[in-house]
Design a protein around this ligand. Structure first.
Ligand SMILES: [Cu+2]
Length: 181
């Protein structure tokens, strides 16, 4: 109160410091997230799959997969089929074929999770990522994943390659609880 002229300056300095601190706090977070993805090689999976419960299910065992679903990915940014329905508790072996001329991927998740991940892929287009709920499939090749849908709900499968998700390369998976699928 006794230094009316110096106060606004001090406040501005404080605001700048806060802004810098905020920027410093977010930058490493992004870097760490991207790094966490790059640490995992794209090479074929070796050793046991880490089974982590996700909102959209958990990694499954191939021997429990009584159902096999073929999904085709094409350069028109579409999956075929675009809608899949499974029963809660069902373990599905997805055989994902890329009939296009560019890389595509099949990533299962919630709508929110895929959207978040897709944003990250736009910011870091070369970000490598590999999880049991993803299949990265080069042109002309076929990928496989085994997933257990132990939670009911509406989920998504998507190609998160920069531009593809935004181009509408998304499908839906409905996991129905109870006896009917
Ligand atoms: Cu794609």
């Amino acid at each position: 109160m006794n230094e009316p002229t110096s106060r606004p300056l001090a406040r501005r300095a404080a605001i700048t410091r806060m802004a810098l601190a905020a920027a410093a706090a977010t930058m490493p977070l992004l870097a760490t997230r991207a790094q966490a993805h790059t640490e995992k090689p794209h090479a074929p999976k070796a050793g046991p799959v880490v089974k982590e419960q996700k909102d959209w299910g958990i990694a499954g065992d191939a021997r429990n997969a009584k159902r096999r679903i073929e999904v085709v990915m094409a350069d028109n940014m579409r999956f075929s089929p675009e809608r899949i329905e499974v029963r809660q508790g069902e373990t599905v072996k997805f055989v994902v074929r890329n009939t296009g001329k560019v890389m595509h991927e099949f990533v299962i998740g919630t709508k929110a999770e895929n959207a978040k991940h897709a944003d990250l892929m736009v910011k870091f287009p070369n970000m490598e990522h590999d999880e049991p709920y993803m299949a990265h499939v080069p042109p002309g090749k076929t990928g496989e994943i085994v997933w257990t849908f132990n939670r009911a709900g509406e989920f998504e499968f998507a190609c998160l390659i920069a531009g593809h998700y935004q181009g509408g390369m998304v499908g839906t998976i409905k996991v129905v609880s109870g006896g009917k699928a």
